[in-house]
Design a protein around this ligand. Structure first.
Ligand code: ATP
Ligand code: ZN
Length: 462
């Protein structure tokens, strides 16, 4: 029966207990098992890699494997039941010390560690020191540990774990046998989450699982924690629910935003950006979703077969239309811009303004033209553009027409309000009324107003 005492969140309940349970780290498992089987145990190991990919779990499995009492020697299959395995799992083993290097980072802590490492294991085979977050050790304490790590006392193994190996002194890393843990693929992560959801009777849709996996960004712990939290809502876990719970952007919202960027609807774009911020979305999450969508567009543009790889497949038709209408170069530059902006946003105090600047920078010099969408009968959903525009509000991009091969977008898109018999051009600096609904005539009048010949590209009839 479930009681408050025995409740465990999923990421702890499903901590790998054996090398075979480690997901996505097959080469590391194989290397460590071979090392145990051939008694080639290194003095010190360095486990590096993104958070929640199995470094600490592997360190514990290795510690159990070295000390398991179910066999006379170290084993590649620790039993998990003997007193040694169980005490290691509980964190109460005398022979295995798990140390949080972030809070024990001083030189005195290092000296105490060196002292302890000289004691022989008690009723076991190896003394194992697991140093989590080892990059937090001060330089002085890293220097103090150098000699011990290189030549550990007999039957003593150091396992250093870190997400930030570049912060370690090179003299430390070069003295350890290093294993790089990698992020788990979207597919593997989805499979693992599906399996656990089934075991736990959690009601999920395949899209919901995929959305969790996307959020987890390759980290198994993050994926399981999110699944754990969402299961408490006691309803079907769909992608919409995941998006809502993580304050993310729905696929429709984000592809509409991208459409506004690519078609150069500056004003609409800025308004949409502001609305998202007002709804509580962070500039970081908006940029992250935009980056993912640009990546999806690039994949679709390269080869439609890639649609199985895209992170956001629920509105594939719209994305495909955007990809088809946009030059590869525009998408490529946009992605570069987004990556740069994501990095700059971290150091910028006024993130909202920075987001707006980034959105503006993303607008291509020549915005794309989207043909009207066909409905399922193959008929045009929207009316073909006619010379006379119907009374409505339309967006138009003003394109300077120097010569047919040399067009460039003027500074900002224009909003034209067409109502009974008149059109009002609204660009940020000016508002002008025209008493006509004829497209060519409006273009001619705006040309006169601006002082050079332009062409209007009418885009959306709302
Ligand atoms: N490779 C993996 N296979 C199966 N489960 C995993 C794996 N990696 C992480 N997990 C899940 O995530 C939880 C946390 O993993 P672990 O503490 O080993 O990650 P870590 O890499 O040490 O993370 P951190 O760098 O944040 O300390 C595990 O209990 C398990 O549920
Ligand atoms: Zn055991």
């Amino acid at each position: 029966m479930l009681t408050p005492e025995n409740y465990q969140p999923l990421h702890l309940k499903y901590r790998p207990q054996q090398f075979k349970d480690l997901i996505g780290q097959e080469l590391i498992s194989r290397a460590l098992k071979n090392a145990i089987a051939s008694l080639k145990i290194a003095n010190s190991y360095l486990f590096t890699g993104p958070r929640g990919t199995g470094k600490t779990s592997t360190a514990r499995i290795l510690a159990k494997a070295l000390n398991c009492k179910s066999t006379p020697h170290s084993t590649t299959h620790p039993c998990g039941k003997c007193p040694s395995c169980q005490s290691i799992e509980r964190g109460s083993s005398i022979n295995v010390n798990e140390i949080d290097a972030a809070s024990h980072n001083g030189v005195d802590d290092a000296r105490s560690l060196i002292e302890q490492s000289h004691f022989a294991p008690i009723d076991g085979r190896y003394r194992v020191f697991i140093l989590d977050e080892c990059h937090m050790l001060t330089n002085q304490s890293q220097n103090a540990l150098l000699k011990t790590i290189e030549e550990t006392p007999p039957q003593c193994v150091f396992i250093l774990c870190t997400t930030e190996p570049h912060k370690l002194l090179p003299t430390i890393s070069s003295r350890c046998q290093t294993f790089n843990f990698k992020n788990t693929s979207l597919k593997t992560l989805s499979q693992h989450l599906t399996q656990i959801a089934q075991q736990e009777n959690i009601n999920t849709t395949p899209d919901g699982i995929k959305a969790i996996a996307v959020q987890a960004n390759g980290g198994l712990r993050d994926g399981l924690q999110l699944l754990s939290g969402l299961s408490l809502l006691s309803c079907e876990i769909t992608s919409d629910l995941v998006i809502k719970a993580t304050n993310g952007l729905s696929p429709q919202t984000i592809s509409q935003l991208v459409q506004k960027i690519l078609t150069g609807q500056t004003l609409d774009l800025l308004i949409a950006g502001r609305e998202l911020i007002e709804e509580g979305k962070t500039p970081q999450s908006i940029l992250k979703s935009l980056t993912e969508t640009y990546r999806d567009l690039l994949l679709l543009k390269s080869d439609f077969k890639c649609h199985t790889l895209i992170s956001n497949s629920s509105n594939l038709t719209h994305l495909k239309q955007l990809a088809d209408s946009t030059e590869l170069e525009i998408l490529d530059q946009g992605l570069q811009q987004l990556i740069q902006s994501e990095a700059q946003l971290k150091t910028n105090l006024n993130a909202t303004v920075w987001l707006e600047i980034c959105l503006l920078k993303l607008i291509p010099a020549t915005p794309i033209f989207l043909p009207p969408i066909s409905n399922h009968n193959g008929q045009r959903k929207r009316e073909q553009q006619q010379s006379e525009v119907s009374p409505s509000r339309i967006w138009a991009t003003v394109v300077e027409k120097v010569n047919p091969n040399n067009r460039r977008r003027l500074s900002l898109a224009a909003l034209i309000d067409i109502s009974e018999g008149e059109a009002v051009l609204k660009v940020p600096s000016t508002e002008k009324r025209f008493f006509t609904k004829n497209q060519e005539k409006i273009a001619y009048l705006i040309s006169n107003l601006l002082g050079y010949q332009i062409q209007l590209i009418f885009k959306y009839v709302h």
